[in-house]
Design a protein around this ligand. Structure first.
Ligand code: AKB
Length: 318
């Protein structure tokens, strides 16, 4: 049985990944940590407050719980990163370096997400290949490309079992994302249910790859369970599920809520980042090397998202 540590467990991915991993590997085998206290994570298993930039405390927790697998989910996202690039580098790379070093010292496997943000305007736009030009123009993307290279370096130099996927924008209904370019595709559902209207910060025709949270979580579990002898790549795999524009998701929501209205107030930072990212990724390598196969499409996801958000709204949670 794996002994897992999740760093940055209070965020959009971690809050749901912790619960899934506890259901698979047992509550006591999954230690959740975050820079802030998270009561809801403490209720179902071990939890510790941990600043991932504090290498000593990080090592202490890995040793204390006899951890063998780390999920490092600490990151400032693309839009917030542009507000303070130095801080984004410090946090994103600091957490990653400490994760790599702790994984090396305590012989742990390490999962760190990369992103579609690792690509830039010079990458092929459609069906972006696994191995191609990567010249991102955000500090977030620069951190992701550096992180991918470092992950591969630690694997070849020290034999650390590093693995990663390039996440599309993740759409979810438990914890809101914070500070990303793809956040609009989450906010639109909440605003549709709560107010019947949404002001979109990105132009109607800009395609980006997106994924529903259950598929994103399965990717984490499946990749970390994959037979290492089958992995030709490691850091980081393209995964893809659906690609749409603001106009396409708007029309899909309107099928359920005919009165829903959307207008546009373009945010120049978000727009520039979105336009620099791929329209869609080619995920053939993930499919071939570890059996990646997403289950959700835009129509099914929209039905599920609206059902859950309507229920949460009715309970007064949002
Ligand atoms: C962001 O928009 O910054 C993230 C991502 C795609 O990595 N959601």
């Amino acid at each position: 049985m794996k002994r897992i540590l999740i760093v940055g467990a209070g965020g959009q991915i971690g809050s749901e990944l912790t619960m899934l991993l506890r259901s698979i590997y047992g509550n006591t085998n999954v230690v959740a940590t975050d820079v802030r206290e998270c009561k809801f994570l403490r209720e179902t298993g071990p939890f510790a407050v941990l600043n991932a930039l504090d290498a000593n405390s990080y090592g202490y927790i890995v040793n204390k719980y006899k951890v063998d697998t780390i999920f490092n989910l600490v990151a400032l996202l693309s839009v917030v990163g542009e507000k303070d690039p130095q801080l984004a580098w410090k946090i994103n790379m600091g957490a990653l370096m400490n994760s790599l070093e702790v994984a090396r010292q305590y012989e742990c496997a390490l999962f760190t997400p990369s992103s579609i943000g690792a690509f830039g305007a010079t990458s092929p736009k459609d069906k972006t290949p696994q191995d191609t030009i990567m010249q991102p123009t955000t500090i977030y993307g620069v951190c992701k490309v550096t992180g991918e290279l470092l992950g591969n370096y630690y694997y070849t130099k020290y034999g650390v079992d590093t693995r990663s996927v390039r996440f599309p924008g993740i759409i979810s209904n438990v914890t809101l994302p914070g500070g990303g370019t793809t956040d609009y595709a989450v906010e639109i559902y909440y605003e549709a249910v709560k107010h019947g209207r949404f002001t979109c910060p990105i132009s109607s025709d800009v395609y980006m790859d997106m994924i529903y949270m259950p598929d994103a979580l399965n990717a984490c579990v499946q990749l970390m369970e994959a037979d290492p002898s089958k992995l030709i790549h490691r850091n980081s795999f393209n995964i893809a599920s659906m690609s749409f524009t603001p106009d396409i998701i708007y029309r899909e929501i309107k099928k359920h809520l005919p009165g829903f209205k959307m207008d546009y107030k373009i945010d120049p930072t978000k727009e520039a980042i979105a336009r620099s990212w791929p329209n869609s990724l080619d995920d053939t390598c993930a499919r071939d090397e570890w059996g990646w196969a997403p289950k959700w499409n835009l129509a099914d996801m929209t039905t599920d998202m609206l059902k859950i958000i309507v229920e949460r709204h009715a309970r007064g949670e949002i």
